[in-house]
Each structure stands twice: as C-alpha cells, then as structure tokens.
Design a protein around this ligand. Sequence first.
Ligand code: CO
Length: 136
Amino acid sequence: MLPYNIHHVAIAVSDLDAAIDAFATQYGFEILSRERIEEQGVEEAMIAVGGSHIQLLEPLEPMSPVGRFLSRNGEGMHHIAFAVADIEAALEHLETIGVRLIDSAPRIGGGGHRIAFVHPTALAGTLFELVEVGNE
Ligand code: CO
C-alpha cells in the first residue's frame, strides 16, 4: 500500500472561472478537466502540476460542505489527497488502527476515481482524501 504520492491539493474558491484564469495566467499551468459533481456539491477543475495536481473547488450552493468551508474560512487550502493503489485496503488499514474516517466505504469522485475522506481530527487538523488511481 505504501508509499503514497500526493495526487492533488484542493483549494476552495468562490469563482472557479477567475481562479482557473489566474492559475493559467500567473503560472502557465494546464487545465486538465472541469466537471460538476452534484453529489459533492461542487464544480471542480484539475490543473496539472508536474506529476501531481491542484484541484479547484467552487461550491454549487452555500450550504454544501465546501460552501460552508468558504463562508467560515474564505478561499484557501481545503484538503490534500493521497494516491492509493487499493482504496479498500487503505481504508481497512486505517480503520484497523483506529483512525476516524468520514467515508468508511469508497464513493465516486472527479474523473470517476474511487475516493474516501479521512476526518481532519485524525492527523494534523488536515482533511485528507484517498484517491484510487490504479495504473495511472
Ligand atoms: Co479532492
């Protein structure tokens, strides 16, 4: 299961178009995809940064999880996602050692990846996501 790589760092933004534009203009990053994920209440864009990504998240509604994050904290880093080869094995490992999970079973995230979130109280006050990447 180890080692993990960083798959993406997610940033909550209030204006996705403006943020995409700024990342492209200021740093010349390539925008890989943009999609609306109703289940998570976000529209997201993936930006290629070397072998990793920045994920921009704009809430679809103010009461969605990312919407509440934005109203509490303003724009900024929302979570860090680790790439895993086998998300069930990773979740089982974390559960076995008593780590508090937000998702005890995988759900489908951006790009059709299977994902799961780990509670921020589990480590460094930071929301971590696991992303199953297979052979990418
Ligand atoms: Co993410």
